[in-house]
Design a protein around this ligand. Sequence first.
Ligand SMILES: Cc1cc2nc3c(=O)[nH]c(=O)nc-3n(C[C@H](O)[C@H](O)[C@H](O)COP(=O)(O)O)c2cc1C
Length: 184
Amino acid sequence: MNKILVLFDSASGNTKKMAELVAEGARHIEDTEVRIKSVDEANAEDVLWCDGLAVGSPTNMGILSWKMKRFWDETMADQWMKVDGKIGCAFSTAGGWGGGMELACQSILTVLMNFGFLVFGVTDYAAEMMTAHYGAVAVREPREPEAQANCRMLGQRLAEWVAVRVHGKTEQHPANKMDQRKAP
Ligand SMILES: Cc1cc2nc3c(=O)[nH]c(=O)nc-3n(C[C@H](O)[C@H](O)[C@H](O)COP(=O)(O)O)c2cc1C
């Protein structure tokens, strides 16, 4: 069973909507259990439980929110050196294009790398001119079908990597699904 946690912070609901779409994409892969937790309710056990983790935060001054940073600084501090090798990815929403959501994704990935996570980006295109090379990004609420597809694609890829890397299900490797994938 793939165990996926979607952990998010969201002050006004936009990242929460992305989180629900990421979860939906992960569920697309068979034998996947997905838990969605806000940073206000999550604890270290939730992270220890999962094999794959998608972390989402609003872009705040170009980086992850203080609440999400605090979760890793404080809630997860005792778990350092106990979560190495889990698979991680990032998503973020900002107030506008150029507002720094990819920088925010990078800041999340940096934190995950510090904890020993194996982090990834997505090469595929969810739609024309819509990809998630550094994580899924959206401006405010992910309202457009393309932005929604991008979030789902990230979640699906996370579940695929867990299936391949944790459970040895080589049929879930993206290279074995070329007929279903979109290039630019
Ligand atoms: C403290 C703070 C800092 C922000 N910094 C940025 C920023 O650097 N760039 C940007 O485009 N939007 C910024 N925003 C806007 C939010 O990223 C944006 O409204 C986001 O969609 C909110 O997501 P949420 O509904 O999940 O909280 C900021 C908002 C707040 C409250």
